[in-house]
Design a protein around this ligand. Structure first.
Ligand SMILES: Cc1cc2nc3c(=O)[nH]c(=O)nc-3n(C[C@H](O)[C@H](O)[C@H](O)COP(=O)(O)O)c2cc1C
Length: 322
């Protein structure tokens, strides 16, 4: 008879998938604790970015992405999972407990799990080649599995996105606390895991939609054409911790599905840490019907663009309590 709980080796393999999840500034703000009731996920609030993410929303979304990566890792080992979200009202840092039963993975789970090692945040410009509508439908379908929705921003509406992106970038450029945080978490002087210089290209030109700038970028962007990325906004009908966690799972599923379709992706969330700019995106792009959780650039990388280096991760032993 199969045991109902993965053994230590299986858990470590699945956690090896979980640590590959995307996280804001690569903060990796998660801790895992194996318990008799299931594998528990905790927010590591010591890794919060107070100037970038004052409400911990991006932190919780990052943990949701790790939860989704873990579930895919377990699926590849023939474990199906169910999740108790926010199971302990007395401990808000306890975000989820994952329960397991024996079951073979679906094709979609195998495809997404295989994309985990291939996916990278690609902040360079993309080709202007269109994305087939069926690809966008696949991405939207994955996101809806987690109670979220995707809005593709049509070209005539891009100025409505560019406005709050530019406003946030301008405010942050004069915000010393934010700049000190970026210097701690990116570039050659970073004192934490963070985003290496080799993963960030030079800031965009005036007139382009700005994307988040990191310290001393060195990634070459070979594009000599305007960015052809399609912009998607992921939104949720509610905005509590559970919705944010599930948004993280949805975003993870979107990114991995895009990777398996050969598409490049880059999350962009700079305005969403600011109440006013987030509200503007909610009103202008989501008609006040959903809470924006992340913007995603999606598109085709230029054929001659160099493969992107991996962004380093903490080893499993640093994020698991034994
Ligand atoms: C909630 C969240 C917000 C993010 N926001 C941004 C952003 O504003 N700009 C950006 O370039 N990358 C953003 N990222 C991507 C992370 O910087 C990236 O996942 C991390 O550096 C690890 O690199 P990788 O995705 O290549 O593995 C975000 C990721 C998450 C999960």
């Amino acid at each position: 008879m199969h045991s109902a709980i993965p053994d230590r080796e299986a858990t470590d393999i699945a956690l090896g998938y979980a640590v590959r999840a995307p996280s804001v500034h690569n903060t990796q703000p998660w801790r895992w604790r194996p318990a008799p009731t299931g594998l528990q996920l905790f927010a590591d609030t010591s890794r919060q970015l107070p100037a970038t993410d004052p409400f911990q929303r991006a932190l919780i979304i990052s943990c949701g992405a790790a939860l989704h990566h873990l579930r895919l890792g377990l699926a590849t080992l023939n474990w199906s999972t169910s999740v108790d979200y926010c199971p302990d009202p007395a401990d808000p840092a306890h975000l989820a407990t994952v329960h397991t039963t024996r079951q073979r993975p679906t094709d979609a789970q195998i495809e997404q799990a295989a994309a985990i090692l291939l996916r990278r945040t690609d902040r360079r410009r993309y080709l202007s080649r269109p994305i087939p509508a069926r690809h966008i439908r696949s991405l939207a379908g994955r996101v809806s599995d987690f109670g979220a929705a995707v809005r593709q921003v049509p070209d005539p509406m891009l100025p409505r996105l560019a406005g709050p992106m530019r406003h946030a970038a301008t405010l942050h450029s004069g915000d010393q606390e934010y700049q000190a945080e970026i210097a701690r978490w990116s570039g050659p002087g970073r004192t934490c895991d963070g985003v290496p210089s080799r993963n960030a290209p030079a800031p965009r030109q005036a007139g382009e939609i700005p994307v988040r700038s990191f310290a001393e970028p060195t990634l070459l962007d070979p594009a000599d054409h305007p960015d052809g990325a399609q912009w998607l906004v992921v939104g949720t009908p509610r905005d509590d911790r559970r919705a944010q966690l599930r948004a993280g799972e949805a975003i993870s599923a979107l990114l991995l599905t895009a990777t398996s379709l050969g598409l490049a992706t880059s999350l962009q969330t700079e305005p969403l840490g600011m109440l006013e700019s987030r509200q503007e995106i909610r009103t202008q792009l989501l008609h006040d019907c959903a809470y924006p959780q992340a913007m995603v650039r999606v598109g085709w990388s230029a054929g001659h663009a160099a493969p992107l280096p991996e962004t380093p991760r903490r080893p499993v032993r640093e994020v698991v309590e034994v």
